[in-house]
Design a protein around this ligand. Structure first.
Ligand code: FAD
Length: 321
């Protein structure tokens, strides 16, 4: 059965986030040969429409309004609901990002629809579109199908491979005029925390530090390793609680969930709440001086040793590659 599927593209700093292309790939599977329509919301985002098409969308609907310049739940929901009202899709896919997590339950409630959140895979099997999603903090996976109504899902970043970019693909990028009204929240100013380097939630390599790193200074060798590998630095809550780094890089049950190709855990014991945020990484390397540390149970490669000796050695070796 072919379906019409909407997919929300997420723009940041004038570019689309990678998860948008991953969501397009998921939407293609849901569409089963039907039409995939990208949706872009913002103040001035239509120029990004062609990128969604090059990654597999058939056409793009854009809602532009100065009130959509900054994300607000009710502003974006009004715009997205207007597109849904016009297009009457059978499927809807968003990234499981801060934005996706915020807006998707609101949209599902407004549409009286179900929602499969945080999917890590989607396939067509036995005549159904089947989503896989982690449960119990990543200790098990469930497979879910939608038996009735809209197939609505959010997809976890870094799990579903985007389609290959095809610069020759073209399609319509059309505007839809929507009156955004009665906003309950108006964002006057966004003050950005100074962050540098690769976005943690989309990084292919994460070098993460725990209480074993012992100080702010102790994170420097981790940053050097992350830089050499083109990755980002993360942390356990133990390290954040100890003020070695900011909570914005905390990984785990109450922090970010990451699924990079390579996760290097340095001086992290491997508490269940930490594993909830990283155990689905493709390859896990643990460096810990305690051979009994729990982190070794989930690690593909374990190095028993002092991180302050091992991490600089790794950095030097990777520099040679
Ligand atoms: P520790 O458990 O103290 O481990 C430090 C490790 O470093 C030890 O294994 C030690 O052997 C090793 N080490 C020390 N020195 C060195 C060295 N020089 N070289 C190599 N290894 C060394 N935690 C999270 O991470 N994320 C969460 O989202 C999270 N959410 C939570 C939610 C709740 C409700 C609760 C109750 C807890 C949560 N926690 C979370 C906390 C979690 O339970 C652990 O306390 C925390 O993960 C421990 O951090 P850690 O591994 O850095 O520290």
């Amino acid at each position: 059965m072919t379906r019409k599927v909407l997919v929300l593209g997420e723009a940041r700093d004038g570019a689309l986030r990678n998860v948008s292309f991953e969501a397009v790939a998921a939407a293609k599977t849901v569409a089963e040969g039907g039409e995939v329509i990208g949706v872009l919301l913002g103040e001035s985002v239509s120029a990004l429409g062609s990128m969604l098409i090059q990654y597999g969308a058939d056409r793009v609907v854009v809602v532009e309004d100065e009130k959509l310049k900054q994300y607000t739940s009710d502003g974006y929901a009004q715009a997205l609901l207007a597109v849904i009202e016009k297009e009457q899709p059978e499927g809807l896919v968003l990234g499981h990002t801060a934005l996706g997590k915020d807006i998707s339950p609101r949209i599902a409630a407004k549409l009286s629809s179900g929602l499969i959140s945080d999917a890590t895979a989607v396939e067509v099997a036995g005549g159904n579109v089947v989503f896989t999603r982690p449960i119990y903090s990543g200790k098990a996976f469930e497979r879910k199908i939608v038996t009735d109504g809209l197939i609505f899902a959010t997809v976890r970043p870094n799990n579903i491979a985007p389609l290959e970019k095809d610069a020759s693909r073209t399609g319509e990028v059309a505007s839809l005029s929507v009156e955004i009204k009665d906003l309950r929240t108006i964002i006057k100013e966004v003050v950005r925390k100074a962050t540098e380097g690769v976005d943690l939630s989309e990084a292919k390599v994460v070098v993460s530090g725990g209480r074993g790193v012992k100080s702010v200074e102790g994170f420097k060798p981790l940053k050097e390793l992350a830089d050499v590998l083109g990755g980002a630095v993360g942390a356990s809550r133990g390290a954040c609680d100890a003020d070695y780094c900011d909570y914005s890089v905390q990984i785990g049950q109450t922090g970010k969930v990451v699924t990079p190709d390579l996760y290097i855990a340095c001086g992290i014991s491997g508490a269940i709440q930490h594993l909830a945020g990283m155990s689905n990484s493709k390859v896990i390397v643990a460096i810990n001086k305690d051979p009994e540390a729990n982190i070794f149970k989930v690690a593909d490669y374990g190095i028993v040793g002092d991180l302050f000796e091992v991490v600089p050695m790794l950095t030097e070796e990777f520099k040679k590659l």
